[in-house]
Design a protein around this ligand. Structure first.
Ligand code: SF4
Length: 87
C-alpha cells in the first residue's frame, strides 16, 4: 500500500509526557491530534496513528513543541526511525 510519504501506510504519533512542559502549543495548533490533561496540563494524544496525509501537520507540531516531546514515526519502520524529533 503506497502512502503519501515514501510508501508509508500509517503515521505513528508518540509523545513523551515526562518531557512535556505543558505549553499547550500542540493542542492549540493541532487539536485534532493533541489535547492537554485538565489534571496536570501535560499533553494527551487524541490518537496514536494517522493517515499519511496528516504528516505535514504532525511534523509541524513536532517542530513547534518547545520540549521536543513529540515524535512522528513511520509505523512500518523501526521506532528509532522517527522523522521529526526536536531533541
Ligand atoms: S507542545 Fe510539547 S511541551 Fe507543549 S503541551 Fe504539547 S507536547 Fe507538551
Amino acid at each position: 500500500m503506497a502512502g503519501a510519504d515514501g510508501g508509508v501506510a500509517r503515521v505513528g504519533i508518540r509523545v513523551d509526557r515526562d518531557s512535556c512542559a505543558g505549553s499547550g502549543v500542540c493542542a492549540l495548533f493541532e487539536p485534532r491530534f493533541f489535547d492537554q490533561s485538565e489534571e496536570d496540563g501535560l499533553v494527551l494524544p487524541r490518537v496514536r496513528e494517522a493517515a499519511p496525509e496528516a504528516l505535514p501537520a504532525l511534523r509541524a507540531a513536532a517542530a513547534r513543541c518547545p520540549a521536543g516531546a513529540i515524535a512522528v514515526v513511520a509505523l512500518d519502520a523501526p521506532e528509532s526511525a522517527a522523522w521529526d524529533r526536536a531533541d
